[in-house]
Ligand binder design. Structure first.
Ligand code: SAH
Ligand code: SF4
Length: 369
């Protein structure tokens, strides 16, 4: 039995407060507390969220003598790039970041023909203990702050602006919470970061909520809270099998919220937002890829507004599990389609750089590399 960790250890020293940790009203209040006019907070928001720039020395609209105090109050450096690795001819890039207390996290940027997506981390490590996931193996180090989560998106948007990826400058169009961590176990900071991502400029990055995907292992309490928010993001549920018996082992949190309850919560979210949700399903050879499981999944989903994303398992180091055979994968797809369930097989971008789903495990990387 794996111990599930819902309450992350508090960082020894909290991340310094950043503009992105504060609501629009709180930003103004903080400026006034510091004896600065509120419009200065607004100027900083334009630099950070619209121009993706956090280098105060380059802000020519801010008087020189105010720059240091404003930087300290609103734009402390939260992420230091340790290294970047690329593959797919530069169209996939994994960045390793060091946080203020030395903790390491990763984000992955992927450029496709029609969109550019960043996959971000919401926690350093994860306490959910899914045995097929590299992040899960390392356990939970700590929650990220809203600023630390948002900064990963801003840094990715900057890479896009600067044309650092092949194909020239582009716009960051999508954000997926599919990096390290369980977003629903760091609910408050994740919601604040989603507000930063979706708020129109200049208060946020102005990325549409529909272009933001929150992937959860199935924390029903979190899905229910999300349903009450006015944030119609795309919800992805990591189901991985339709039966509770196997799911109890693949996704230990299933012992708390079973398949039926998770799907019922996702249905309520769908009813409230009108948004089709995704079912994530890592296909593991001879474990969850049998025809009868595809059949059971098809029956479960046939009358639901859900879309299945099959992910060929990315084996983690030392894992006894591997991806399904091609023919089993094809049969799985066919059976689901027989139930008129929408299904796609996810591409495996970033595998060579351990940047694909479930491979992120920054703690293994030396902080000085
Ligand atoms: N904790 C959240 C989000 C991060 S994981 C969640 O579990 O949904 C993002 C996705 O990668 C999830 O669907 C997860 O199940 C999947 N994943 C994890 N390890 C994987 C692996 N080794 N191969 C394929 N997918 C994996
Ligand atoms: Fe955590 Fe998601 Fe990995 Fe499970 S699959 S251990 S919830 S990051």
């Amino acid at each position: 039995m794996v111990d599930l960790v819902f309450d992350a250890p508090i960082a020894k020293k909290k991340a310094p407060i950043h503009l992105a940790d504060l609501t629009v009203a709180e930003r103004k209040e903080r400026a006034e507390e510091l004896g600065l006019p509120a419009f200065r907070a607004n100027q900083l928001a334009v630099h950070f969220f619209t121009h993706h720039n956090d280098d105060v020395e380059s802000f020519t609209d801010i008087p020189k003598e105010l720059r240091t105090s404003l930087a300290d109050a609103f734009l402390p450096k939260l992420l230091t790039l340790v290294k970047s690795v690329t593959c797919d001819g530069g169209k996939t890039r994994k960045d390793l970041w060091r946080l203020h207390d030395g903790v390491l996290v990763e984000s992955v940027l992927m450029r496709y023909t029609d969109r550019t997506t960043v996959c971000i981390s919401s926690q350093a490590g994860c306490g959910m203990g899914c045995p097929f996931c590299a992040t899960g193996q390392a356990g939970l180090t700590r929650n990220l702050s809203a600023g630390e989560i948002t900064a990963q998106v801003v840094m990715a948007a900057r890479v896009c602006d600067l044309g650092e990826m092949p194909g020239g400058p582009t716009r960051l169009s999508n954000v997926v919470f599919m990096g390290m961590g369980e977003p629903m176990a760091n609910y408050k900071a994740v919601m604040q970061s989603i507000r930063n991502i979706t708020n129109p400029q200049p208060d946020g990055l102005g990325i549409g909520a529909r272009s933001v995907t929150l992937s959860t292992v199935g924390l029903v309490s979190g899905i229910e809270k999300l349903t009450q928010e006015d944030l119609p993001v795309t919800l992805a549920i990591s189901l991985h099998t339709p039966d509770d018996e196997l799911r109890n082992t693949l996704v230990p949190v299933n012992s708390r919220w079973q398949v039926k309850e998770v799907l019922a919560a996702a249905d309520k979210y769908e009813m409230k937002t009108g948004r089709r949700y995704s079912i994530e399903y890592a296909l593991i050879r001879d474990i969850n890829d049998q025809a009868w499981r595809a059949d059971l999944l098809g029956r479960l989903l046939k009358n639901r507004n859900a879309h299945v994303n099959l992910i060929p398992l990315n084996p983690t180091p030392g894992s006894k599990w591997t991806a399904s055979r091609r023919e089993d994968e094809a049969a799985f797809v066919e059976i689901l389609e027989g139930y008129s369930v929408a299904v796609t097989v996810r591409d495996t971008r970033g595998r060579e750089i351990d940047g694909a789903c479930g491979q992120l495990a920054a703690a293994e990387v030396s902080g000085n590399s």
